[in-house]
Structure formats: structure tokens, C-alpha cells
Design a protein around this ligand. Structure first.
Ligand SMILES: NC(=O)c1ccc[n+]([C@@H]2O[C@H](COP(=O)([O-])OP(=O)(O)OC[C@H]3O[C@@H](n4cnc5c(N)ncnc54)[C@H](O)[C@@H]3O)[C@@H](O)[C@H]2O)c1
Length: 449
């Protein structure tokens, strides 16, 4: 296996994967169809905001190169990862259109080459069965070769999270490799082992099982988050109860584990909701009972409504509501399916004035809301004149701004993750912590009746 790897699709994940390979010593060819991004990357500037991307681009230097030419991936490497986007349709099914387009371009280049073999590694999230039913036939048709007679295919899903993509690629707990026939995943396992700073458990299996493993993992995590949220909601109704005391205690049990087990807000972002809907679509498609995952999807929507209800119950019609944190999690500008965005939507629908601040996501917010909300230059600025603040992320800059907030009149901060210490707040500021007993919660529970 040569020391060159190619990655097709240099988006939020693909760029991180390519940089992780380059950082692990591989020469890496990155292919994308976005001309502006390719040029930017070759000037060593990242088009994507994500921890370590800029630093790694500078550090790996010439080992990473971006191009618009799929043919270079075939000519200059023997293994190509495909990591293009797979947007979901209304039913939750992932579209494989971009993966097929990439596979076609690569297949055509393979057809023109004389090399004996190429290994394609699909990494995008797909409906289980898609690699065999659609991607492999596309490569066969475009290249004029047959599977295992000139090329083979793996499915290597990513379990990384935005905000820690490079860290997660280099410190995974698990690596799943689907193989078009036993053994073809060997070089992929070797690549992972080389770029990993830890020793993950590597599981090799047929491709369709790996595709199913990908959607199952995220669907399971959303189940767990939803369970923590159910405990949090329960705690709000029971005097003295605190969700953190409960989840911390039982999270010690190995069967549960403390990760992703903190009640508060709905899950959001680019992966959890759509993998959950994807899993639901797979269940339905195969005639299997989807009620477990349907309940998760419905309860998650309800969790967003609860936040809107709590906020509206405390929001004055005269003063703006300050929403601190818009991204679906810290360290990312991504606002897709963010609980904070669901909140802003609900506040606007209720006719409230909204002022927003986020460390990284203000541009994304501007693109979504235009002039419908006002944008603060800092968290402190967002709080000026507000009577209600909602802290949707626990980031330090946001937390500290609330701690230094000195409103002239009574004000409320809704502390979604219980990151504020009541003793540090100004006397005029009342903390409303989600997941803790709240005597005045009647207003928020009508919807559950
Ligand atoms: N974002 C996440 O948190 C996450 C986590 C795990 C898995 N995934 C999966 O990873 C995949 C990629 O997601 P993303 O968020 O990086 O997507 P993205 O939209 O950020 O990036 C996709 C990139 O592919 C490029 N592209 C499209 N068609 C192409 C083609 N024919 N040839 C070359 N490049 C092409 C686009 O220009 C873009 O740069 C998806 O299937 C997603 O479900 C995402």
C-alpha cells in the first residue's frame, strides 16, 4: 500500500480526516468540487471553522494538497475515502447522490488507468444496503471493471463529533470497517492504527452491518439523551430533585456510563436528529417496529417546546430576551437543528424581541434570521437591557457574562445546563435551572398533560 491516501469531499468531516492522515505522515490528496475552498486550502487557509484545522493545515505543509481533479485520487493513491454529504429527505432517508457522483468520477478515472487495483472507502452516512446496491454498481459501470477484479470497497463510518473532529479521528474508542470481502479492510485498519494515538477496538464485518452500526450508534445515543431529559423533566416536578445528582450517580454503572447522559436540552446538530430519523426510516422500510425511536423523535421535539414554554413564562413583553449560545454545542458554528434555534423561532412566533450572541455562530445566525433578531457584539452586550436571558451553552465567556450581569430590575436567567452558581449572580438575577425542582413549573407542563 502506497504512502498516499486520497479523500474526496473536504467538508466539515472530510477535511478533518484528510488532515489527520497528513498529520499521521501520509501524503494526502484532497478532492472537492468547491473551487473557492480548494484554492483557499492550497493557500493553507481552512474554509471550515473547527478546532485544529488551521493549525494542522500549516503544520502538515506540502503533505496535504487539495484539487478539483478526481483523477489525481486514482493516479496518485491506491486508496480513496469518499466523504461527501448525504442530506436527508423528509422521510429521513439519506441521499446518496453526491457519493454516487464522486464514485462515478473516480470510476471513470479508474477505467482510464492501467493500475491493477484501487480500494474505495465510503465513509458518508448511508441507508444500510446503499454501498452494495448503488455505489458499487456505479463504480463498476464507470470503470468497466468488476468488484474484486480491479477494485474493492470498504465502508468505514465516522463516529466523530463536530467541535472535536480531529481529536475524535485520532482517539476513537471504536473503528468499524465493512469489507466487500473478508480481508480487503486490512489496509484501512492499518491506516487507522497509524493515525490513532490510542488503541481502539477495530471491528471488521460485512459492509451492510457496518452501515447499520453507524446509524444504530447515534440512534442509541439519542435514546440515552432522551432518557436523561426525561429524568430532568421529572426532577423539575419533584421537590429537592436534581438531575445531575441522579445521572452522575447512575452513570457510574458500566451498563449506563456517564457520557451523553446529562439532562437539559434536546439533542440537535447535523448528526443526531438525522441519524435518528434515518434509523426510524430503516425500521419502517423493513416493516420493523419503529415505536422506540419514534418516541425519541417526538420527545426531543417536546423538549424544545418545554424550553420555549419556560422562557415565555419568564419573558417580559417589554424587554428583549437574550439568547446566549446558538450553536447546537460548544466549539462549532453549526446551528442546524439546534435547540437554541428552535427557541428563537418560538420566541419570534410569540412576538418577542430577541437578541442573540454566540462565540462562533453569529454568521450562521445572520444567514438564518436576517433582521428578525438583533445581534450582540458580546455576551455582555446581549444582556444589556434584557430582562430574560437563556444560557443554552455552558461556554465560559457566556457564563461569565451572566455572572457579571447587573440588571437594574428583576431579571431571570434560564440555565439550561446548570452551569451557574446562584451565589455569583447579582441580587436582581433569578436562576431558573432546567432539571431541578421548580415550584412554578405549572406553566411549562401544560403540554405534557
Ligand atoms: N457532520 C457531522 O457531525 C458528521 C459526523 C459523522 C458523519 N457525518 C457524515 O459525513 C458525511 C459528510 O458530512 P459533512 O458534514 O462533512 O458534509 P459537508 O457538506 O460539510 O461536506 C461535503 C463536501 O463534499 C463536497 N462534494 C460534494 N460533491 C462532491 C463530489 N462529487 N466530489 C468531491 N467533493 C464533493 C462538497 O463540496 C463539500 O465540501 C455525511 O454523510 C455525514 O452524514 C457527519
Amino acid at each position: 500500500m502506497s504512502e498516499t491516501i486520497s479523500v474526496v469531499g473536504l467538508g466539515k468531516l472530510g477535511l478533518g480526516l484528510a488532515l489527520s492522515f497528513a498529520s499521521g505522515g501520509y501524503r494526502t490528496i484532497g478532492v472537492d468540487i468547491n473551487d473557492a475552498n480548494v484554492r483557499l486550502l492550497n493557500r493553507r487557509r481552512t474554509p471550515i471553522v473547527e478546532p485544529q484545522y488551521q493549525e494542522l493545515l500549516e503544520e502538515v505543509g506540502e503533505r496535504f494538497e487539495a484539487t478539483l481533479d478526481h483523477g489525481r485520487a486514482i493516479r496518485e493513491s491506491d486508496v480513496t475515502f469518499i466523504l461527501t454529504a448525504t442530506p436527508s429527505d423528509r422521510a429521513g432517508r439519506f441521499s446518496s447522490r453526491d457519493v454516487e457522483a464522486a464514485a462515478r468520477a473516480l470510476g471513470l478515472a479508474l477505467g482510464e488507468s492501467r493500475k491493477p487495483h484501487h480500494l474505495f472507502v465510503v465513509s458518508s452516512t448511508l441507508v444500510p444496503g446503499t454501498t452494495e446496491a448503488r455505489i458499487i454498481p456505479v463504480i463498476e459501470a464507470a470503470s468497466g471493471r468488476r468488484l474484486h477484479d480491479g477494485f474493492s470497497v470498504c465502508y468505514d463510518p465516522d463516529f466523530v463529533a463536530l467541535g472535536s473532529v480531529v481529536r475524535d479521528f485520532t482517539h476513537p474508542e471504536l473503528v468499524v470497517i465493512g469489507e466487500s470481502q473478508p480481508g480487503v479492510g486490512e489496509p484501512i485498519e492499518a491506516i487507522h492504527r497509524r493515525i490513532c494515538r490510542n488503541t481502539p477496538v477495530v471491528s471488521r464485518m460485512p459492509i451492510v452491518s457496518a452501515e447499520l452500526a453507524k446509524v444504530s450508534l447515534n440512534a442509541y445515543i439519542t435514546l440515552k439523551i432522551t432518557f436523561a431529559n426525561t429524568i430532568a423533566n421529572l426532577c423539575e416536578a419533584i421537590p429537592g430533585a436534581d438531575v445531575d445528582a441522579v445521572t452522575r450517580a447512575i452513570g457510574v454503572d458500566r451498563r449506563i456510563s456517564p457520557h451523553y447522559f446529562k439532562g437539559g436540552l434536546a439533542f440537535g446538530g447535523t448528526c443526531f436528529p438525522r441519524d435518528t430519523y434515518g434509523f426510524r426510516a430503516v425500521c419502517r422500510e423493513h416493516g420493523e417496529d419503529a415505536s422506540l425511536i419514534e418516541a425519541v423523535a417526538a420527545l426531543n421535539d417536546r423538549q424544545n417546546e418545554r424550553l420555549a414554554d419556560v422562557t415565555l413564562a419568564h419573558a417580559s413583553a417589554e424587554a428583549p430576551v437574550a439568547v446566549l449560545g446558538l450553536a447546537f454545542k460548544p466549539s462549532t458554528p453549526v446551528i442546524e437543528a439546534s435547540p437554541a434555534v428552535a427557541l428563537v423561532d418560538a420566541l419570534l412566533a410569540a412576538g418577542r424581541e430577541v437578541r442573540v450572541y454566540d462565540v462562533l455562530a453569529l454568521d450562521a445566525a445572520r444567514a438564518r434570521y436576517g433582521a428578525r433578531v438583533s445581534y450582540a457584539a458580546s455576551a455582555a452586550n446581549a444582556l444589556e437591557g434584557a430582562a430574560t436571558a437563556v444560557l443554552t451553552l455552558g461556554e465560559r465567556a457566556l457564563r461569565e457574562a451572566v455572572e457579571h450581569w447587573t440588571p437594574p430590575r428583576e431579571a431571570v436567567v434560564i440555565d439550561c445546563w446548570r452551569v451557574l452558581e446562584a451565589s455569583r449572580l447579582h441580587a436582581n438575577v433569578t436562576q431558573v435551572a432546567l432539571g431541578r425542582y421548580r415550584p412554578s413549573r405549572q406553566a411549562t407542563t401544560a403540554l405534557a398533560a
